[in-house]
Ligand binder design. Structure first.
Ligand code: NAD
Ligand code: UDX
Length: 433
């Protein structure tokens, strides 16, 4: 089986490397020539630990290749994974332009049976829509070639992409043909996990439902953190106590300044847009989104209250990416925080091990430092926005001597409040006390 992956982003690159690891011959295509050029030189176009070494190895062995020639690529591959982006449109709906374009191209160039595996996150009903596009394009060519569309949503997390793709909690395969089902079964034969076979629509919904549920846990704990703070209760202890109940589980109960990233915010918008198309109100999901949108402002109001005013205050911002171990800043809470600080006329020095270059393009007036300690020099307050190891491992005793004011706001509740107070800091977490 020769496998093709269309879209060399976070998902496509990871998928191709993992499939090559299983021993398949994999070719990846992308319209972005710069990305393809980089990948052909064994360089990842984004930061994700563990991938680059494998990329180099599999390129050398010839198991993995990258191209921008879509026509030959489609003709040569038997199974085509679609991993292009589905960003939000202004009204929240998922933009399916890229997926539809790819599927049209497959129909235009294919000359034998193909399994088209949709890994991009797409709204319920997209499988049917793509099927129609395929039929229409093939009829323009006046030929009949069979194909199957499969929905195989991706559940990897950035920062843990390789691990999650190698050891998934489950694989969901939405498939309505015996032939394609057998091919997918063979493809995943070495993956040691449960495989759930569903209809295409069910698979499409499982992806959105899973992300929405995880986001709900986060917004729930963040809302509760606000109440805990008002009542002098430590949210961390509450989360531990809740998580000990197996029915609740301890994951995704870390209170903080809210979720970001390329998935949760956009997928919740898309699910809400889908619901409104069929007039189904989703008040829980609306609230999840509302709590998240207001969480960083709630946090910043506290910063402002403690400092009195932010005007001309020097603020050290530690962490810019939406989570550690990635360079992705899509929907990162740091962007809202920087906006808030600039609107309040504060001066910012920011540090992030991977995200600074991307944020600099949006906020060029902020000072970006190469080390966390440089950002702390003369600061009136420190804000921790991403729990990077480089930030948590700061020598906080020495750091205190660099600050104008030992005031620390931990937006991820990752440092020990008692330790920081012992060192002489005024420490504020999220929902602590
Ligand atoms: P991305 O933006 O990093 O990459 C998408 C790639 O597709 C880009 O390199 C782009 O140039 C390429 N592309 C666009 N049109 C193309 C075309 N016609 N032909 C070839 N290449 C084309 O996206 P991503 O973060 O990898 O996400 C891809 C999909 O997977 C989205 O639907 C997303 O919701 C979903 N997803 C993402 C994650 C994640 O952690 N990033 C996790 C699970 C699911
Ligand atoms: C998410 C899903 O977890 C993954 O299954 C899906 O495929 C893509 O979307 P990702 O966005 O990469 O993955 O990272 P994740 O670890 O889920 O974190 C998302 C956001 O939630 C981050 O901003 C993180 O800081 C925040 N978060 C996570 C919390 O605020 N509290 C938590 O307890 C967990």
């Amino acid at each position: 089986m020769k496998i093709g992956v269309i879209g060399a982003g976070y998902v496509g690159t990871t998928t191709s490397i993992v499939l090559a690891k299983y021993g398949y011959l994999v070719t990846v295509v992308d319209t972005n020539q710069e990305k393809i050029h980089k990948l052909n030189q064994s360089r990842l176009p984004f930061y994700e630990e563990g991938l680059e070494e494998l990329l180099h190895e599999y390129l050398l062995e010839g198991r993995l290749s990258f191209t921008s020639n879509i026509e030959d690529f489609i003709k040569q591959c038997d199974i085509l994974f679609v991993t292009v982006g589905t960003p939000p449109l202004e009204d929240g709906k998922a933009d399916l332009t890229y997926v539809e374009e790819v599927v049209s191209q497959i129909a235009r160039f294919m000359d034998d049976y193909k399994v088209i595996v949709i890994k991009s996150t797409v709204p319920v009903g997209t499988g049917d829509k793509l099927n129609d596009i395929m039929m229409k394009e093939l009829s323009k060519r006046n030929i009949s070639i069979s194909f199957d569309i499969v929905s195989n949503p991706e559940f990897l997390r950035e920062g843990k992409a390789l691990h999650d793709a190698l050891y998934p909690d489950r694989v969901v395969i939405g498939c309505e043909s015996e032939k394609a089902r057998n091919i997918m079964k063979e493809l995943y034969k070495d993956v040691d996990t449960s495989i759930l076979y569903t209809t295409i629509k069910e698979a499409e919904m499982i992806k959105y439902a899973s992300n929405a549920f995880l986001a709900t846990k986060i917004s729930f704990i963040n809302e509760l953190a606000r109440l805990c703070e008002g009542k002098g209760v430590n949210i961390k202890q509450v989360a531990i106590g809740m998580g000990m109940d197996k029915r609740i589980g301890s994951d995704f109960l870390q209170a903080g300044i809210g979720y970001g990233g390329s998935c949760f915010p956009k997928d919740i918008k898309a699910l809400l847009a889908l619901a409104s198309q069929v007039d189904i109100p989703m008040p829980i999901l609306e609230a999840v989104s509302y709590v998240n949108q207001t969480q960083s402002d709630w946090f910043m109001e506290k910063v402002k209250q403690v400092l009195g005013s932010l005007t001309e205050k020097r603020i050290a911002v530690l962490g810019l990416t939406f989570k550690p171990q990635t360079d992705d800043i899509r929907e990162a809470p740091s962007l809202r925080v920087i906006d808030y600080l600039l609107n309040n006329k504060a001066t910012i020095a920011a540090y992030d091990p991977q995200g600074s270059e991307h944020v600099k393009k949006i906020y060029p007036t902020v000072k970006y430092t190469l080390t966390p300690l440089e950002a702390l020099e003369g600061a009136d307050a420190v804000l921790i926005l991403t729990e990077w190891k480089e930030i948590l491992e700061i020598d906080w005793k020495h750091a205190k001597s660099l600050l104008s004011n030992p005031l620390l706001f931990d937006g991820r509740n990752t440092l020990s409040p008692s330790k920081m107070v012992e060192l002489g800091y005024r420490y504020f977490g999220v929902g602590n006390f």
